[in-house]
Design a protein around this ligand. Structure first.
Ligand code: CP3
Length: 351
């Protein structure tokens, strides 16, 4: 059961609005293919979904970057596409290409999906992973649960795969709004139940990944990025008022301005298409921000990595900040560069 813990962990302190002299740090995709120990456990599991659904192994890969680098947070090892699978979609991963799903584009396909209350049997191993992690993590490390935001999850469920411009999802939105809205609503309800169960199992913070929010413009951004996030956050805050929530409307641009206020999120995660200086002025004024080093620096390293890390720390130094990348670390990253980034962060700046 979640409990009202004293906010000693650095991530929780930042999320409650405290400006810490050294920003706490974790990385999106910190458990991933750039780490040899991840590749070894993944090979042992056989395939990616088996790794997600085998609690001992999923907990092991979650812990690997904590052991290696001492990150301030561990993020549950799972995937945003497990919820569609729990709702009844077929899901598989094609090596070197990415996810594939059976598609939902008609009222008949929509009618075959399970109800939002029926997802927990499939997702039970994920909750078990969280319980293992709560017992295994160092006291100072915060455990983050997550889900995809409804729009991003819908883009995969409609197209059956990742699409560069999310055209199939935009087409359904325009051609059959009722089916599109029903799908968004089902994912929204499922996400509320899924994140509630993650919190019950030990997640101390939850994050909503809206990776494709950037392709929603104008009214569509309000309707399908802001409104579902607000609905999910308000339901979670009613049940678990002390659990902080991070929202990541990736590539929202101007949409970042006021996003925390409009949705009730405690923290907004920033991609690297916006500058830290701009975000400090227009986004951090409303509370904690997370981000936003370009993931490419984890491949190239060197003086540029050090300089950019210091620039971001300086830009956000007047308010609460959690250091992170602007998107996930890539498989070609050099693990030594992650160590250099952390060492840079934890060395106080000269002025
Ligand atoms: O951040 C973490 O370390 C936690 C685990 C996590 C994964 N996926 C593991 C994963 C999280 C939080 C996600 C979120 C996720 N999954 C998102 C939102 C964030 C983002 O990256 O924009 C999305 C869009 C997905 C869907 C997804 N999963 C895709 C498109 C792919 C294939 C692309 C790729 O990198 O291979 C995945 C697979 C995936 N999810 C991997 C990992 C570590 C790679 C699988 C492997 O080991 O082969």
């Amino acid at each position: 059961m979640p409990s009202e813990t004293a906010p000693q962990k650095t991530i929780l302190r930042a999320l409650r609005g405290e400006n810490l002299p050294i920003p706490p740090v974790w990385m999106m995709r910190q458990a991933g293919r750039y780490l040899p120990e991840y590749r070894a456990t993944r090979a042992q599991a056989g395939d990616f979904l088996s790794l997600c659904y085998t609690p001992d192994m999923a907990a092991e890969v979650t812990l690997q970057p904590i052991r290696r680098y001492g990150f301030d947070a561990a993020i549950l090892f799972a995937d945003i596409l497990l919820l569609p699978q729990a709702l009844g979609a077929d899901l598989w991963f094609v090596t070197g290409e990415g996810p594939r799903l059976s598609t939902i584009t008609t009222p008949a396909e929509m009618a075959k999906l399970k109800s939002a209350d029926d997802v927990h049997e499939t997702l039970a191993p994920v909750y078990e992973t969280l319980r293992i992690l709560r017992g295994a993590l160092p006291n100072e490390t915060t455990l983050i649960g997550f889900a995809g935001a409804p729009w991003t999850v819908a883009t995969y469920m409609i197209a059956g795969r990742g699409t560069p411009d999310q055209a199939p999802a935009h087409a359904l939105m325009n051609e059959d709004r009722a089916t599109f809205d029903a799908l968004i609503e089902r994912i929204t309800e499922g996400t509320i139940g899924y994140l509630s169960a993650q919190i019950e199992a030990g997640a101390e913070v939850v994050k909503l990944f809206d990776s494709w929010a950037g392709s929603l413009k104008g009214d569509a951004f309000n309707r399908y990025a802001v409104a579902p996030a607000r609905q999910i956050i308000s339901a979670l805050k009613t049940r678990y008022p002390h659990i902080p929530i991070i929202a990541f409307p990736r590539e929202a641009g101007q949409g970042y301005v006021g996003f925390a206020k409009a949705t009730g999120a405690d923290c907004v995660a920033l991609d690297n298409s916006v500058s830290a200086e701009w975000a400090a002025e227009h986004v951090q004024c409303d509370g904690c921000v997370q981000g936003n080093l370009a993931p490419g620096h984890m491949v190239t390293g060197g003086a540029d990595l050090v300089r950019e890390t210091q620039r971001i720390v300086r830009a956000f130094s007047a308010g609460p900040h959690i250091f992170n990348l602007g998107h996930g670390i890539t498989p070609d990253a050099n693990p030594d560069n992650v160590a250099l980034m952390i060492e840079t962060l934890r060395t106080p700046l000269a002025d």
